[in-house]
Design a protein around this ligand. Structure first.
Ligand code: NA7
Length: 537
């Protein structure tokens, strides 16, 4: 039987690029199939104005090659999308990865051939590929969510989605722009759109907790100092819960969480905290992550900062995050977000009071007003962690379809293996730290583990590997157990971590919240026990 490769990797983002490198270094034939016309995944698609990483650049980078670390120059504490896209393209060139990457070749279906223990990949180009193993490097936030309001297809202006932002420039200068969504993407785009728009209207359903990133150029001295201790920094990252040491310049991470309980604090102490820490005053207390009353008090400090920053009291009131606890959603970092609402040509529509009714040829009609628009920007998020996998027709053993198997929520063993889908490994999947740990750091560890597993299978002539049901169930229970009692799963929390942003998606906490070191310790234990919990044949 003719194989196109030993391993097909689906996706050429961070995970796919690294998987190609390590698996090829092992002497395997690897083929990467990528939907986009360029490499970079998230950093290829999300090229909207203001797109930027919220992890310090010196840490949001790979540590597997000390020469790469020394050669690459980051220019800012938090790197912008173009800079990260350049970095990933540099990787593709530096390690000669492009010769095994097929661009503009999105995988539409995958079928496990039980007679030969191989996967067959169907692509949108009509080409078919066959390989022994599949590595799903399809990303955690890569299946865009697009709402459907009545009349949307009648809009005569331009609709652009932040997560599918075109490569050619979008005409924004002097336009009447509307933007829906105030998560990370919206919060980053809004100040930038305001700089060029004739008028910017922000349509907000849920107000965000967002902190000033205090991003700055990275000075040569600061960069050299970090480079001099890169090994130590990487060790700190691997040992940290989130894969981030947080010591490389991001001001927000410098605020200590000490033993101060906000429930025991006096009014004066809380006022002092605001004076000293500003928006971060709500983050310094030790009891807000586990006690809802403490959390509510901390939220008050955040509200106070919004009121101090936004001049119009009615607008400020709409911008106060309410109805869900601090720490339930991923924190957002911004550059002058709240200040943007003080500009005369920026207005806010609070969709909780004035919901969208329809889109017409010339704008958006809400319950109480009509807003004329030339451009409508959708910053409406993703079908997180599972969407990229369930949008492909993945057919495993006995003809089962992954989309159907996961109707009640995803089930995985270590986030990597799935019962019924042999020879398939998922990168940063549900049940792994995924979106909760810095990607390059986590990918190095997790893909390193997967590649060693593949090496073991090849060396021992195993042709089939599949997660065991009992092992998968036990892992699933553990993932749920560690999330219980945290703000992530509080009753009032409705986040994309829980699938709550997608209609009909079951409420299941998707990532493993037990931390990267605990996760890797478990993975390494499994490997040491001869890949316990996987059935090899
Ligand atoms: P998010 O964080 O899911 O934000 C999406 C935003 O879009 C959020 O404010 C949503 O409001 C809003 N939204 C979604 N659908 C609608 C409809 N139908 N009407 C009005 N508003 C809507 O996605 P991002 O891309 O910003 O960030 C995702 C992650 O990427 C981020 O956490 C970083 O890790 C990088 P809602 O809150 O659902 O009321």
């Amino acid at each position: 039987m003719l194989l196109d490769a030993d391993v097909v990797v689906v996706g050429a983002g961070m995970c796919g690029l690294y998987a190609l490198k390590v698996l090829r270094d092992q002497g395997l034939r690897v083929l990467v199939l990528e939907k986009g016309s360029g490499v970079g995944g998230t950093w290829f698609w999300n090229r909207y104005p203001g797109a930027r990483c919220d992890i310090p650049s010196m840490e949001y980078s790979f540590g597997f090659d000390p020469e790469l670390e020394q050669d690459w120059e980051w220019t800012e504490h938090f790197a912008s999308q173009p800079e990260i896209e350049r970095y990933l393209n540099h990787l593709a060139d530096r390690y000669d990865l492009r010769r095994d990457i097929r661009l503009s070749t999105g995988v539409t279906a995958m079928t496990f051939d039980e007679d030969t223990d191989t996967w067959v990949f169907d692509t949108e180009t009509g080409e078919q590929f066959r390989a022994r193993f599949a590595v799903m490097a399809t990303g955690g936030l890569s299946a865009p969510y697009r709402p459907a309001w009545p009349g949307m297809d009648t809009f005569a202006g331009r609709i652009v989605q932040t997560s599918l932002w075109p490569e050619e420039p979008v005409e924004l200068e002097g336009k009447r722009i509307g933007i829906v969504g105030t998560g990370s993407s919206g919060v980053q785009a809004i100040p930038e759109l305001a700089k060029v728009a004739d008028h910017l209207t922000v349509f907000q359903r849920t107000a965000a907790f967002t902190w000033p990133s205090q991003n700055q150029p990275l000075s040569d001295d600061a960069q050299a100092a970090i480079k001099a201790r890169y090994r130590e920094l990487r060790a700190e990252q691997y040992a940290s819960f989130t894969g981030t040491a947080g010591t490389t310049g991001a001001v927000i991470f410098a605020v200590p969480t000490d033993d101060r309980r906000i429930l025991d604090s006096t009014h004066e102490e809380r006022v002092d905290a605001i004076e000293e820490h500003g928006f971060s005053a709500c983050r310094i207390w030790s009891d807000t992550a586990t006690d809802l009353d403490a959390n509510a008090m901390a939220v008050e400090l955040f509200h106070e900062m919004v009121r101090r920053t936004v001049k119009d009291p009615e607008v400020a009131d709409s911008l106060l995050p309410r109805g869900y606890p601090l720490g339930c959603k991923r924190p957002v970092l911004d550059a002058g977000y709240f200040e943007t609402f003080n500009l005369d040509h920026v207005s806010l529509v609070d969709l909780r009071k004035d919901p969208i009714q329809e889109v017409t040829a010339t704008g958006i009609r809400t319950e109480h007003q009509f807003i004329e628009l030339d451009v409508l920007v959708l910053a409406t998020g993703f079908d997180a962690m599972t969407g990229a996998l369930t949008r492909i027709d993945v057919r495993g053993r006995d003809g089962r379809l992954l989309r159907d198997d996961w109707v009640g929520g995803p089930r995985t063993y270590l986030g990597i293996g799935i019962v019924g889908y042999p020879n398939m490994f998922v990168c940063v999947g549900p049940g792994s730290p995924g979106v909760l740990a810095t990607y390059p750091t986590q990918i190095e560890l997790q893909v390193g583990w997967i590649s060693e597993f593949v090496r073991y299978l090849v060396e021992h002539d195993y042709t089939r590997v599949e997660a065991d049901l009992a092992a998968q169930d036990t892992w699933g229970e553990h993932v749920n157990e560690v999330a219980r009692g945290t703000m992530f799963t509080a009753e009032s929390c409705n986040s994309w971590y829980l699938g709550a942003n997608i209609e009909g998606k079951p409420r299941v906490f998707l990532p493993y919240v037990g931390g990267l070191p605990n996760y890797m310790a478990r993975c390494n234990e499994v490997a040491a026990q001869g890949y316990e919990g996987f059935v090899l044949s």
